[in-house]
Design a protein around this ligand. Sequence first.
Ligand code: ADP
Length: 263
Amino acid sequence: MSYYAGIDIGSTAIKIVIIDENEEIVGKKVSGSGSMFYKYAKESLEQLVTDIGIERDDIAYIVATGYGRKLFKEADETISEITANAIGAKKAGEKFGKVRTIINIGGQDSKAISLDENGNVVNFAMNDRCAAGTGKFLDVAAAKLEIDVEELGEYHFKANGTPLSINSTCAVFAESEIIGLLGNEHSKEDIVAGIHFSIAKRIIRLTKKVGLNDIIYFDGGPALNAGLVAAIEDELGRELAIPSYPQITTALGAALMGTWVST
Ligand code: ADP
C-alpha cells in the first residue's frame, strides 16, 4: 500500500494528513509552527509516520502547501493554499453537497474562495492586514480575557443582551479596546460575543466580493469555535457547512493532489 502526505505549513500551525490509495485518511496531526517551522514540520511528519505504524518510504508523494511550503525541502511538490483548500473542501464537504463558497480563517489571514460546479477556483479574496478577523485576533483577545481559545465558544453562548460592538480592525488596537470594555465592567461573555460578531461581519463583507453561493463551507482553525460559527450563521441567515476536522482540510487537499500527480 502506498501513502500520500499533505503538509500545510501555516503561520500558526502545521497540519499533516496522510491518506492511502483509496483517499482515506489514515493519520492527521496538528502542531504549532513555532519559529523553526521547517524543522517542526519534518519532526511532525516523522512522528505521525511512527504513530500510524508505517515507514517513511511507504509515503509515495509529499505535497506541501501554506505559508512555509517553499522551505520544506522534503516535499515532492508544492501547491498554493487556495488550490489545496479548494481540493480539500470539495472532498471534506461532499457530504453537504457541492461546495460553491469557501470561507477560510487562518492564523494570520482570512480568505473567501468561490468555486464552480466542478470545484474549480473561480475567484478569491484575502485579508491579511493587521490580522483583522483572524485566528491571531482571537488568540490576542482570548489572552487578554485570560481564557483559552478553546473556551471562546462557551463564553459566546453565555452572553446576554446585545453583543458589544468591537470596532478595532487591528489585533493590537482590539487589545486596548478590550481592556477599555473590561474597565467599564462589561462581562467577558459579552465581549467574546462582540468579537465574534465583528469578525463575522468582516468575513461576510470579504465573502460578498467573490459571491455568496450555496453551499457555504467554513474551515481553518477558528471554524472549531462554535461561537464564531454561530455568529457567522446569524449574520448570514444561513447554515454553514463545517467539515469534521476543519483545521486539516487544506492539508487533505495537498495529500489528494499527491495521489493524482504521482500516478
Ligand atoms: P494557519 O494555517 O494560518 O496556521 P489555522 O487554520 O491552523 O491557521 O488556525 C489557527 C487558529 O485557529 C489559531 O490562531 C486559533 O485561534 C484557532 N484555533 C485552533 N484550535 C482551536 C480550537 N480548538 N478552538 C478555537 N479556535 C482554535
